[in-house]
Design a protein around this ligand. Structure first.
Ligand code: KG4
Ligand code: ZN
Length: 347
């Protein structure tokens, strides 16, 4: 069975992983994730700092992943690396390193789309999270609703028109004086909040919206962010209100994500729903999704936090799929800040 090294440096995690297997039958031999804490003091990721941190971490992170797996470099059959989308300088560190290592070892390199990686993450720990399924990818940079007929065949149903779901969590956290990244602190605060004090309108959801409508599967979170800003400004005691505001905000985001995903699973007759991306760490999201889709007989698969957020294991898994299809990236493989997910079929 092939052994593949995955490398991920698209944002602020330097990660490497060794995966062994074929198709959906894979064993995660190791996963190392080094998160760059430095960005916390700036309240967001500083691209230049991220690139420099990747540069100093990439060699030891890969060495650690190989050592943890008990694998020598010479045993690798392929190297998968995130080459898009993401911060260009950060991506380049991973891509250049992967190409140099591949050249030195005479091993093929496979460039992987970061969002395709997120789709493959849950299958690493749950054999049921394989196509056909409805996929919801919710991260700091993306909000994508996809129908996945088979691996490599993705129908893009909906995306955000403005802020990504995770970005909305991060911005609202800032408004409420919570640390970056804001998803986890908002989830914790919302648990203590009342669901009835701040009822924000569910974005992009209208009753009796026809499936032909442009908005049927689309997302938007910037209006909700403004509504939260108004609630914060209108509060005469923010310490008293902030948990309730966090709860109202989280409920509105979840209601929108759940409704669109339900519509997609129902329309395509999918019995599996696979979540991915950092916002998939949110346990209220997974619970609400399972509740709403139970009556159409759907099972919801959410990755564990270390596989939901950025990691190289998902890149190795998606890379293994492409490697087994015979794909090899040329030696001039480049990094791209944005790039459509490969294998898109017409909506
Ligand atoms: O996938 P990811 O690690 O990185 C990107 O590719 O963007 O996602 C990070 C995002 C951040 O916006 C963070 O606030 C959000 O995921 N996040 C959460 C939770 N944990 C992380 N959002 C909501 N609830 C959480 N528990
Ligand atoms: Zn991501």
């Amino acid at each position: 069975m092939p052994i593949i090294l995955g490398i991920e440096t698209s944002c602020d995690e330097t990660s490497a992983s060794v995966l062994e297997g074929s198709g959906n039958d894979v064993t995660l031999r190791s996963l190392v994730i080094l998160s760059q804490d430095i960005h916390k003091v700036f309240g967001g990721v500083v691209p230049e700092i991220a690139s420099r941190a990747h540069l100093s971490s990439i060699v030891p992170v890969v060495s650690r992943a190989l050592a943890d797996a008990g694998i020598a470099e010479s045993e690798l059959d392929a190297i998968a690396v995130t080459h898009a989308p993401g911060l260009i300088g950060a991506l380049l560190v991973g891509v250049c390193y992967a190409k140099a290592l591949g050249f030195a070892l005479d091993v093929p390199v496979v460039g992987v789309h970061h969002m395709e990686g997120h789709l493959f993450a849950t299958a690493l720990e749950n054999a049921g999270a394989v196509p056909p399924f409805t996929g919801l990818l919710v991260s700091g940079g993306h909000t994508l609703l996809l129908d996945v007929e088979s691996w490599g065949s993705y129908r893009l149903l909906g995306a955000t028109r403005d802020d990504a779901a995770g970005e909305a969590f991060d911005k609202v956290a800032k408004l409420l004086g919570l640390p970056y990244p804001g998803g986890r602190p908002i989830e914790a605060l919302a648990k203590q909040g009342s669901p009835s004090r701040f009822r924000f309108t569910t974005p992009m959801v209208r009753r009796n919206d026809p499936p032909s409508s442009d908005e049927y599967y689309a997302f938007s979170f910037s209006g909700l962010k403004t509504a939260v800003l108004n609630a914060v400004r209108g509060s005469d005691d923010i310490e008293r209100d902030k948990a309730d505001i966090a709860r109202g905000f989280q409920d509105a985001v979840i209601a929108s994500l759940v409704e669109k995903t339900f519509r997609a699973a129902d329309a395509f007759g999918r019995s599996r729903i696979v979540l991915g991306g950092g916002v998939a760490c949110n346990s209220a999201l997974a619970a609400a999704m399972a509740k709403r889709t139970a009556d159409i007989g759907a099972t919801v698969f959410a990755p564990s936090p270390r596989l939901a957020t950025d990691n190289a294991a998902m890149i190795a898994h998606a890379g293994l799929f492409r490697f087994e299809l015979g794909e090899r990236s040329p030696s001039n493989l480049n990094a791209f800040a944005s790039l459509p997910i490969p294998g898109l079929v017409a909506a």
